[in-house]
Design a binder for this molecule. Sequence first.
Ligand SMILES: [Zn+2]
Length: 234
Amino acid sequence: MKQPLNEQSSYDMAAKQNASNIASTLPGGRRKRSVGYYSKFWKNGTTLTISFMDDVRKDMQRGAERIIREWEPHVGLRFEFVEPGQGEIRIAMRGKDSYSTIGTDALLRQPDEPTLVVGIDHPNMVFRQTILHEFGHALGLHHAHLHPQANIPWNREIVYEHYTNDIGWSRENIDHNLFDLETNADIFLGDYDKNSVMHYCIPNFLTYGDWFVGINPEISAQDKINISNIYPAL
Ligand SMILES: [Zn+2]
């Protein structure tokens, strides 16, 4: 998940695209928990344009499109795949890290930059899960393991060691993606969901006791409820 370069422009863009991002209630009528919070959801009912960068192989494009469209029946948005580089969401497949901007933050990226990157050299990459997960971010979803009620019994020392040495993340990146819980807003619209496609795979050796989460390869039942509360069917 990619942080906005500038929090103020992130807020301005979210407000401009969809007034309910800064309203005190969500489209479903639920109250957001805190006043200062804003979401970054696209305006429901609109068509989201998606493209691949020039160098993404055609068969990879077809595979990714099929997977991305699995979100479509659960949202009141339409997905339109357009010519290379022309989409609001621009997908690259390169390097070893996978990440995406959150919702309307995609519009803050330079037009020649990707907004969603799928790392294809990563030894642990699972193509389908990665695409579903990163596209969830593109729709404005945050990490399920950062739910305020997640309560994961992390063995932090081992986590720092593993993510630093084996994955090459900075300490700041580790804190941001694994430990900094989302405490200030009701952005998950539901209970903590261990089966969410927005949850990281957490091997047992990273936690105390018998606690782990496998690779969640599907949009979970709770994910479907959450995303359709955000983008109700038209
Ligand atoms: Zn993520």
